[in-house]
Every structure is written in C-alpha cells, then in structure tokens.
Design a protein around this ligand. Structure first.
Ligand code: FES
Length: 149
C-alpha cells in the first residue's frame, strides 16, 4: 500500500471512529491535569479519569500531569479502579520528553518506546522509565514522589 493510500485510509478510519460515542473510545481520551502537589507527592482523584457522555460513564486509560513544579510530566495509566502506574516522561536514553500514544510512550528524539508500566520495548534506550508508587484510597489517587520503583 502506498503511503498516500495508507494515510487516506487511516484518516477515513479515524473519522468513522469519531462517530462512535466517547464511551467506546476511552483508550484515546487524553487529558492534562496539574494534580495537587503536596510535600510528599501528587494527588489526583479517580474522577479525573471519568468520561461522562449522555448518561454513560467510561474511563480514560491514561492522563498526563503537567505541573510547573515538575521538570517532566508524569503519565498515569489506569488499569482498573485500584491499579494505576505513574511514569516519569523522561526518556531513559538521553532525557527527551516522551509522548504518550495510547498504551505506550514514544520518544521523539530517537524512537525509543516504553509500555504503560514503563518497561522499555524498543531501543536505543536500554533501561526502563522511572516510575512512582501509586496508592488508591477511596477516590484519592496518591503518587509518591519520594520513592521510585
Ligand atoms: S533521547 Fe529518547 S531515544 Fe534518545
């Protein structure tokens, strides 16, 4: 398939997907938030992941925390109501800021890729991303910035 045909077909697929209610496209629903920064870490709420559309509720698969106090953003993936991962969006190769794309993070500098748990899946990076412990207490999601895992 020629590149032009591929792009044309891909765009057509995206446009047809746009007609599907948001409830079915939660994996691509990206949102930026600042979170609430405390002395030990960042706090979000589980409601930050909720997408409401015409009475239906769905969940974003991830969101990105951009806070002026942080040198890099943190990407938070939601696996279920109690399991999340928090990934420092600094490439493990040479430190470029990563881009989130669905269930993986990609580096625009040299193409390294990482999965939604921060594990390197494609080089040249050879180490995993810095990750932070996440705890969920009722509706509060706490990202502990004192520790890394
Ligand atoms: S800085 Fe990310 S792959 Fe080189």
């Amino acid at each position: 398939m020629k590149r032009r045909d591929f792009i044309k077909n891909s765009c057509a697929a995206c446009l047809s997907m746009a007609a599907i209610p948001t409830i079915l496209s939660s994996c691509s629903a990206l949102v930026n938030t600042t979170g609430t920064l405390g002395k030990d870490g960042l706090t979000l709420t589980t409601e930050d992941f909720i997408i409401k559309d015409k009475g239906n509720t769905a969940y974003r698969s991830f969101l990105i925390i951009r806070n002026d106090a942080l040198k890099y953003p943190i990407c938070v993936y939601r696996f279920n109501e109690k399991q999340y991962s928090a990934l420092w969006m600094k490439c493990a190769h040479q430190g470029a800021e990563l881009q989130a794309s669905g269930d993986y993070l990609q580096c625009p500098a040299h193409g390294s890729e990482f999965n939604n748990k921060g594990q390197v899946t494609n080089g040249p990076a050879s180490t995993n991303l810095r990750t932070f412990p996440v705890t969920v207490n009722d509706k509060e999601i706490f990202i502990d910035l004192r520790k890394q895992s």
